[in-house]
Design a protein around this ligand. Structure first.
Ligand code: MN
Length: 587
């Protein structure tokens, strides 16, 4: 499990990987070359924790993106993804030197880099919810799946070089990887990446179990490999006799992380685990998949209930394959997986494998047309995206569009502890406060967003870090009803105000209604609201009648202090066009 990733970056090697997948124009090649040299230069003198040159990291990230057959903009963004975060260069520099599209992706990756996942709770259901919210937030912030791909490639290399990171940080990064990034890759249909990330994280999360599994598994694993080597020619011969010439027959070891899950869940011991290693047969057509399955069953009787047809009924993430477990040579239980080359590629790379880079390339307007990669019917991952709905709580959100802004109606904000709170778009700090706890909502007196004080009716943006300021004796203001978005906030404010009315102490009115009769003119309303806010009085409502003869403007203010109101009225009377002002306290 030791990953020796010491590499020598080479521009030619990167180009070779791309050309292995697709044709590359000279313009694209030159752009990649420019990014390659730009990144190399910007990271000069920086080293990775492993002692390697820093550039090896963006280089490996770009290689991975090229292997996934992503477009030139994504490969370029991979090379540049840490330039803004770790060097003197700004996102403006990237925009000037590489254009808006690359800058958009790099900026997205930089934003994601600021998210930190912390295990916020011991309760598993809560933990799952938090992780789910963070995954949604990653998608919402990304807006373009290419941002997620760069982030995943970045994370993969970081995991391979995790020993270069301080010990204390390793576990946090490993947990973030298994809880957030691996499931995200899985949802995107990138099974093999998901498994690889889990396996890389496993030793850091369960070091003792890892050692134990390694020492217990070794002999059995070796024995199984030896056995499969013996079986392989027999299977190949049987297929050949039936005119099936597989692209490949090989076997793969079960992932340590999934082995651990199995042991943990089923409480079985190692002697009972017969599928440490499974056969994988890759053929040319779907018909051959079923034919091969039949031939194997003729050769060795299948275990009942172990035949799985993921071709007719793919897994929710789009995975297709036939699985069967049989009594093989000497009655040994052996697992077979049968699939076409296309299914195999999809299982490896998921949505990335179906990336329509030509479309993205042809669309200059990709920012306005975020659906660039979802227009063609033949893109199977559209199916996968539809399948996601099973995994997410609100399926309507998903079907509304196949763009990456599935979450356009939601915003995801973070608490100072790193918890992600999922809110409807347009939510305010008051909604945020009530979503954390009723008491925090009730006692809310102010909010800081990304360390800056904001008004309570501020509209929260995805990615905002929200800190709620509270005061013990504070009661919620009815005026909050004017701007809150969530049901929970509305219910709590109403409930609290109802209680107030019932109590003798709080019978006094809380707000003042000021009626201003004025002859209308352009700028009148602005002048009125400027005067009020200069007096540091909060306007909770401002009504202007539709008829304009002599309009009466009603302003509800959040104060009932007579002195302040009278002072305010004097100032209001000085506004041009104002004829008459009356006021009364309201409840
Ligand atoms: Mn990075």
């Amino acid at each position: 499990m030791v990953n020796n990733t010491r590499t020598n970056p080479s521009f030619d090697a990167l180009i070779a990987v791309i050309k292995n997948q697709r044709a590359l124009s000279d313009t694209d090649k030159n752009l990649i070359k420019k990014a390659y040299e730009y990144s190399q230069k910007a990271h000069t003198g920086q080293k990775r924790g492993t002692g390697e040159l820093y550039f090896s990291h963006p280089y490996e990230t770009a290689i991975k993106l090229a292997e996934w057959n992503l477009d030139t903009a994504t490969v370029v963004a991979g090379l540049l993804h840490d330039v803004v975060e770790d060097t003197e260069k700004s996102i403006e520099d990237i925009k000037n030197d590489f254009g808006e599209e690359v800058a958009f992706i790099v900026n997205g990756v930089t934003k994601l880099g600021k998210l930190k996942y912390r295990e916020a709770s011991d309760k598993n259901d809560k933990k799952d919810l938090l992780a789910e919210n963070l995954r949604k937030m990653i998608l919402a912030l990304s807006q373009d799946l290419r941002v997620v791909f760069v982030k995943l490639a970045d994370r993969l290399h970081n995991m391979k070089t995790l020993t270069g990171v301080a010990l204390a940080k390793r576990k946090r990064i490993a947990l973030e990887t298994t809880d957030i990034y691996s499931p995200l890759a899985y949802r995107l249909g990138m099974q093999s990446l998901a498994g690889e990330l889990e396996d890389l994280a496993f030793p850091h999360i369960h070091p003792d179990e890892y050692k134990w599994i390694l020492s217990n598994i070794k002999d059995q694993y070796d024995a199984q490999v030896k056995y499969l080597e013996k079986v392989k020619p027999i299977v190949a011969e049987a297929l050949r006799k039936n005119n099936i010439f597989p692209v490949k027959i090989d076997y793969r070891a079960k992932r340590i992380s999934s082995l651990y899950k199995k042991l943990h869940k089923q409480g079985v011991n190692f002697k009972q685990i017969y599928d440490l290693v499974a056969f994988r047969i890759i053929v040319n057509t779907i018909e051959e998949c079923y034919a091969a399955l039949g031939i194997i069953h003729q050769l060795c009787p299948p275990l009942p209930g172990k035949i799985k047809d993921y071709i007719s009924l793919p897994k929710p993430n789009g995975y297709k394959s036939l699985h069967t477990t049989v009594f093989c040579l000497n009655k040994k239980i052996t697992e077979f997986q049968i699939r076409t080359l296309e299914m195999h590629r999809e299982a490896e790379n998921g949505i990335a494998a179906n990336w329509a880079y030509s479309q993205a390339k042809n669309s200059k307007n990709y920012l306005e047309n975020k659906a660039v990669f979802a227009n063609k019917k033949e893109l199977q991952w559209v199916e996968q995206l539809k399948n996601w709905q099973k995994d997410f709580t609100d399926p309507k959100e998903f079907l509304k569009s196949l763009k990456v802004d599935f979450f356009q109606d939601r915003v995801f904000a973070i608490t100072p502890n790193g918890e992600v709170i999922d809110l409807p778009a347009g939510s305010t700090p008051v909604d945020f406060a009530y979503n954390i706890h009723t008491q925090i909502g009730d006692q809310c007196i102010g909010a800081r967003i990304n360390s800056k004080i904001v008004p309570l009716d501020y509209t929260i943006q995805s990615g905002d870090m929200v800190e709620i300021l509270t005061q013990k004796s504070k009661k919620p203001s009815e005026s909050w009803m004017e701007f809150v978005k969530t049901g929970i906030a509305k219910r709590c404010i109403r409930a609290s105000n109802k209680n107030k009315k019932g109590s003798l102490l709080l019978k006094d009115p809380l707000q003042t209604e000021i009626k201003i009769a004025a002859s209308d003119r352009i700028g009148l309303l602005k002048d009125i609201s400027t005067v009020i806010s200069r007096s540091h009085i909060n306007i909770s409502r401002l009504n202007v009648p539709k008829t304009t003869a002599l309009p009466i403007i009603r302003v509800i203010c959040d104060t009932m202090n007579k002195e302040r109101i009278e002072k305010l009225i004097l100032k209001l009377k000085n506004i041009e066009g104002v004829k008459e002002i009356t006021y009364r306290h309201v409840q």
